[in-house]
Design a protein around this ligand. Structure first.
Ligand SMILES: Nc1ncnc2c1ncn2[C@@H]1O[C@H](COP(=O)(O)O)[C@@H](O)[C@H]1OP(=O)(O)O
Ligand SMILES: [Mg+2]
Ligand SMILES: [Mg+2]
Ligand SMILES: [Mg+2]
Length: 409
């Protein structure tokens, strides 16, 4: 009896070990693909109550990791390369970091959501015409990898196969946008001028469904990790070398709240729910605006602030880092006031930030109090400017904005 038990054990135990070792990688692969690995655990542990309803879970997961990988690329450009800056037709700058980050994000989206459309800021034309520039971007793209090889391969689809396919991938961001279907909006580096200056910039990604923003992610490598650090100018890329104090990912899913989490090079950290700061007296507000006077009228902002009784000077920072900063309660208002009548804001400059602020309890409209309408193509052609504020004071701010800008009431 004892002998037969021993024989049975001798046969079954090795067989069981063999079966488990054969099955484990498959189970891991499957989990990574459908409910991706370590990061999805981080998401499930996150504090956002609404994550019990997991709509857009995979989209959020992929967006966070894609933005994280692209942000690693932009950081590497900042620290070790000449920026390869070109001037676009509209005289705005574009760098090798913009091209590389766009290639990496689109590649991740195509791996996971091959039928979705993409509206992205950049195009590959300059790289097709300049082989040296193309090679530099290609080297960057090959080198940018998350430290978790499994997540890199299973969730983001691994490496792009060649320099030529990288160019085609960049050009996949040419959708016209519109009011139907699933469309992603990408700004690979928002605030390129800030990036070049060593100031704030953001890697931005949002998913719209039928013109409505459902998921938004902002990678802000030069903002403090801490949500409670007061808003201030002058925190930039030099400071970001201080171990662990800088780099944040903001995210939101419609109806599920907004979160921040520390930026890392590997698996996602746990997200923390963020909210706009309660503001009982508008005169106590801190408002932020563009560094570039050509992007937002700083004179009009000063008049509006003074009529609202605000005495603190504005905090000027580049990029959608402004949306993230007020959503986490580090500031209160974001004023973007038209400088030129003919400028149409681009959807990739606002989609992610708009959702993150609204999910943090804020209100985002244009200068006339109309919500931003992402369903009209690549631009916000039905809106002028942006006013983001806590719900409690938004109406008052719009009243004064209309008065100062002479808008119809
Ligand atoms: N005249 C303008 N008014 C408003 N925004 C502009 C204008 N010109 C460019 N931008 C855009 O403002 C964004 C940066 O905003 P901020 O000043 O808040 O950082 C950039 O994406 C930039 O687009 P682009 O990349 O095409 O230059
Ligand atoms: Mg931009
Ligand atoms: Mg850009
Ligand atoms: Mg640009």
């Amino acid at each position: 009896m004892r002998k037969s038990l021993k024989t049975t054990l001798l046969i079954t135990v090795p067989l069981l070990v063999l079966a488990i070792s054969l099955l484990l990688p498959r189970v891991r692969l499957l989990t990574a693909h459908f409910l991706p690995s370590s990061s999805s655990i981080a998401l499930r542990h996150s504090s956002t109550s609404a994550l019990s309803n997991m709509a857009f879970e995979k989209e959020l997961q992929v967006a966070l990791l894609a933005v994280q990988r692209a942000t690693l690329l932009t950081k590497s450009v900042f620290h070790s390369h000449a920026k390869g800056t070109l001037s676009k037709n509209d005289a705005s700058p574009v760098t090798i970091g913009d091209f590389g980050a766009q290639a990496l994000i689109i590649s991740a989206l195509q791996h996971n959501f091959p039928n979705d459309e993409i509206v992205a800021e950049e195009e590959a034309k300059d790289l097709r015409e300049n082989s040296q520039l193309r090679e530099t971007v290609w080297e960057l793209v090959q080198a940018a990898k998350l430290s978790d090889a499994q997540v890199e391969k299973d969730v983001l689809g691994g490496a792009i196969s060649s320099a030529d396919s990288m160019l085609d991938i960049i050009d996949k961001g040419d959708s016209k946008g519109g009011s139907s279907g699933r469309i992603w909006a990408i700004d690979p580096i928002d605030g390129t001028k800030g990036f070049l200056r060593g100031g704030q910039y953001a890697v931005c990604l949002a998913l719209m469904v039928d013109g409505d923003v459902k998921v938004g992610v902002l990678g802000c490598p030069n903002l403090p990790v801490s949500d409670s650090e007061p808003l201030k100018e002058g925190i930039g890329a030099d400071a970001s070398d201080e171990e662990g104090r800088f780099g944040v990912l903001f995210s939101a899913v419609q109806g599920q709240g907004a979160e921040s989490r520390p930026f890392t090079a590997g698996a996602l950290k746990e997200g923390k729910s963020i909210q706009m700061k309660p503001l009982s007296n508008i005169a106590d507000a801190t408002f932020c605006e563009s560094v570039e006077a050509g992007h937002s009228s700083q004179g009009d902002a000063a008049n509006i602030a003074s009529k609202l009784g605000i005495t603190k000077p504005s905090v000027r920072m580049d990029s959608q880092a402004k949306y993230g900063s007020i959503a986490r309660g580090a500031g209160d208002l974001y004023l973007r006031l038209p400088v030129r009548k003919d400028y149409q804001e681009k959807i990739w400059d606002h989609a992610a930030g708009d959702l993150i602020v609204r999910e943090a309890g804020g209100m985002v409209t244009d200068v006339d109090g109309q919500k931003l309408d992402f369903s009209h193509g690549r631009t916000l052609k039905e809106n002028k400017g942006v006013i983001a504020a806590p719900k409690s004071v938004h109406g008052k701010v719009i009243e004064v904005v209309k008065e100062v800008l002479g808008r119809p009431t």
